[in-house]
Design a binder for this molecule. Structure first.
Ligand code: CO
Length: 214
C-alpha cells in the first residue's frame, strides 16, 4: 500500500506504448513545450482535459480547480494564466465546465461541506445574481443552467484579468472560449461566448446571459 505498484506498472506500459509509436517522443518533448491552448477546467476526475480533446502531452497547458473558477485573487490560477499567455504564448484559452458539477451542485443546494464552502461562495453569489433564470424548472435542469452560467461568468472574469487585458493591449492574438462538457456522452458543447478583444467582453456576456432567460 506504500508504493501503489499497479500505477507504476500502468505508467511503464503507457510510456512504452508511446515510444513504440514514436521513439523520439519523450526526448523531443523534454527539450521544450509549445502548447497552443490553455485549459481551465474542473478538478472532477471524469473531466480529463487531454483525453477529451484528443491532445498528447505537450499540446495543452492545464489548470484545474473545483468548479473551474477564475477568481481575481487566486494567485495559483493567475500564475498559470500569466505563464501560459506571456511565456508560452498560447493562442487560445478555454474555460470548460461540465454538467452535473458537484461544486456547482453544492453551491446551488447550499450544502455544507467544510472549507470548500468558502471557495464555492463565488457560485453561491452567482445563484443569487441569476435567481430569475434559476427560479423555474426541475433541480437537474437548474443545476445544468447554473453550470453554463458559471462558465459564462468565468469567461468574463478571465477576460477582465490584467493578464488578458495587457496581452490584448499589446496587440496579441488571443481568444477566450467557454465550453461545457457532458459526462453522460463525452461530448463538448461550445457556449458561444468566444472573446477575441476587450470590446467584445460585455456584449458577448450579455448575449449569452439573455439566451439563458426563458
Ligand atoms: Co465539477
Amino acid at each position: 500500500m506504500r508504493t501503489l505498484k499497479h500505477l507504476f506498472q500502468q505508467n511503464r506500459e503507457w510510456a512504452a506504448g508511446i515510444k513504440a509509436q514514436d521513439p523520439e517522443f519523450f526526448s523531443k518533448l523534454a527539450e521544450q513545450q509549445s502548447p497552443q491552448y490553455l485549459w481551465i477546467g474542473c478538478s472532477d476526475s471524469r473531466v480529463p482535459a487531454n483525453q477529451i480533446v484528443g491532445l498528447r502531452p505537450g499540446e495543452i497547458f492545464v489548470h484545474r480547480n473545483v468548479a473551474n473558477l477564475v477568481v481575481h485573487t487566486d494567485l495559483n490560477c493567475l500564475s498559470v494564466v500569466q505563464y501560459a499567455v506571456e511565456v508560452l504564448k498560447v493562442k487560445h484559452v478555454i474555460v470548460c465546465g461540465h454538467y452535473g458539477c458537484g461544486g456547482v451542485q453544492a453551491a446551488l443546494a447550499d450544502t455544507k461541506l467544510g472549507l470548500i464552502d468558502n471557495w464555492l461562495r463565488v457560485i453561491k453569489d452567482l445563484r443569487v445574481k441569476h435567481q430569475n433564470i434559476l427560479a423555474h424548472g426541475e433541480e437537474r435542469t437548474r443545476l445544468n443552467i447554473l453550470c453554463e452560467l458559471n462558465v459564462i461568468e468565468q469567461v468574463k472574469s478571465l477576460c477582465n484579468t490584467t493578464i488578458l487585458r495587457t496581452a490584448w493591449d499589446l496587440g496579441r492574438e488571443l481568444s477566450v472560449h467557454g465550453w461545457i462538457y457532458n459526462i453522460e456522452d463525452g461530448l463538448l458543447q461550445d457556449l458561444g461566448v468566444c472573446v477575441t478583444n476587450p470590446d467584445e467582453i460585455e456584449a458577448t456576456y450579455l448575449q449569452a446571459i439573455s439566451r439563458k432567460r426563458v
